[in-house]
Design a protein around this ligand. Structure first.
Ligand code: C2E
Ligand code: CA
Ligand code: CA
Ligand code: CA
Length: 281
C-alpha cells in the first residue's frame, strides 16, 4: 500500500505533470507539422581528424515549434517512433538531406564528393517502405548511392531478424553505406561487426570525453581503431571538443572526427559558407 501511495504521488508530481503535457502537445502537433513540412535540418561536418577537411555532413533534425522554440530531436524522435510518425518524418529527412548534399557536391566538382550521413531509427528501418524511400530520395536528388551513409544504432541490429538482414543486403547491393552510431554503448557491439555488412563505426562521445586524462579510454579507442583497421571499416570519433583530443586521436590513427572543435550543427546556409571557406586556396 505504501508503494502504491508513492506511485500515486509521483503521478501527480508537478514536474511529471508538465512533462506529460509537453509530450501530449508535441504528439498532437506532429501530424500538422509533418503535413506542413515544418521541420528543419542542421548539418554537422564529419572531417579528417588530421587537417579538419570535410568528408561528409550529418543531417540532424530540429522542430521549430511555435510555443516551445527549437525542439531538439531527443524530445520528439522517441515520440515519433511510438506513434509511427517517424516513417514520414524519416522519409522527409532523407529526401532533404539528399537534395542539399547533391547540390553542395555539384558546387565543388573538383573535390572528392561529400557524403550525406542520415540517422535512421529502428522502427523506420524495419518499415517495409523504407528501402523504397531510400531509392526515391536518391532518384529525386541525383545523389549517388555511394554518397549516402545511413547511421543505425544497435537497437536496430539487436533484433537480428530476417527483415533487417534483407534490408541491409539490399542497401549494400544498391551501394549505400551503413554506420553504427554511438558505437560502444551497446552490449555486444563486436558481434554485430561479424554479422552485418557495416562500413563505418561512429565511436560514441562518452569514449572521447576523457580521452586526454583516462588511459583506459585511450586503450579502448585504440582497440576500436585497430579492430576497424583489420576489418576494413572507417572510424569516426564523435564529440571532439578540444584540440588535445584531436591531436591524440590523430596520433592513434583515427582518421575521421566530428565535434564542436571543428563545427557545430549549422543551417544549410551556414553549411554552404563553411564549405566555401574550407575549399583549398
Ligand atoms: P547522434 O546521432 O549521436 O548525434 C550527435 C549529437 O551530438 C547531436 O545532437 C549533435 O548536435 C551533438 N554533438 C555533436 N558534436 C558535439 C560536441 O562536440 N559536443 C557535444 N556536447 N555535442 C555534440 P542533436 O542534434 O541534438 O541530436 C541528438 C540525437 O537525435 C542524435 O544523436 C540522433 O540520435 C537523433 N537524431 C537527430 N536527427 C535525427 C533524424 O533525422 N532521425 C533520427 N531517427 N534521429 C535523429
Ligand atoms: Ca548520428
Ligand atoms: Ca552518435
Ligand atoms: Ca547519440
Amino acid at each position: 500500500a505504501k508503494a502504491a501511495g508513492k506511485k500515486r504521488w509521483r503521478l501527480f508530481h508537478p514536474e511529471f505533470h508538465s512533462k506529460l503535457v509537453a509530450r501530449h502537445e508535441l504528439q498532437a502537433g506532429m501530424d500538422t507539422a509533418i503535413a506542413d513540412h515544418a521541420f528543419a535540418l542542421r548539418y554537422q561536418p564529419i572531417v579528417e581528424v588530421r587537417d579538419g577537411a570535410p568528408a561528409g555532413l550529418e543531417a540532424l533534425i530540429r522542430w521549430p515549434h511555435a510555443r516551445r522554440g527549437m525542439v531538439p530531436p531527443d524530445q520528439f524522435i522517441a515520440l515519433a517512433e511510438e506513434s509511427g510518425h517517424i516513417m514520414p518524418l524519416g522519409a522527409w529527412v532523407l529526401e532533404h538531406a539528399a537534395l542539399d548534399i547533391a547540390r553542395w557536391q555539384r558546387a565543388r566538382p573538383q573535390r572528392a564528393p561529400l557524403y550525406a550521413s542520415v540517422n535512421v531509427s529502428a522502427r523506420q528501418f524495419r518499415d517495409p517502405g523504407f528501402l523504397e524511400g531510400v531509392r526515391r530520395a536518391l532518384r529525386s536528388s541525383g545523389l549517388a548511392p555511394g554518397s549516402l551513409v545511413l547511421e543505425l544504432t544497435e537497437t536496430v541490429l539487436m533484433r537480428r531478424d530476417a527483415q533487417i538482414r534483407t534490408t541491409m543486403a539490399a542497401l549494400k547491393e544498391l551501394g549505400v553505406s551503413i554506420a553504427i552510431d554511438d558505437f560502444g554503448t551497446g552490449f555486444s557491439s563486436l558481434s554485430y561487426l561479424r554479422e552485418f555488412p557495416i562500413d563505418v563505426l561512429k565511436v560514441d562521445k562518452s569514449f572521447i570525453d576523457n580521452i586526454t586524462t583516462d588511459p583506459q579510454q585511450v586503450a579502448l579507442v585504440e582497440g576500436i581503431v585497430r579492430i576497424a583497421d583489420v576489418l576494413g571499416l572507417q572510424v569516426v570519433a564523435e564529440g571532439i571538443e578540444h584540440e588535445e583530443q584531436r591531436a591524440l586521436l590523430a596520433e592513434m590513427g583515427c582518421r575521421y572526427g566530428q565535434g564542436y572543435l571543428f563545427a557545430r550543427p549549422m543551417t544549410a546556409h551556414q553549411a554552404e559558407s563553411y564549405l566555401h571557406r574550407s575549399a583549398p586556396a
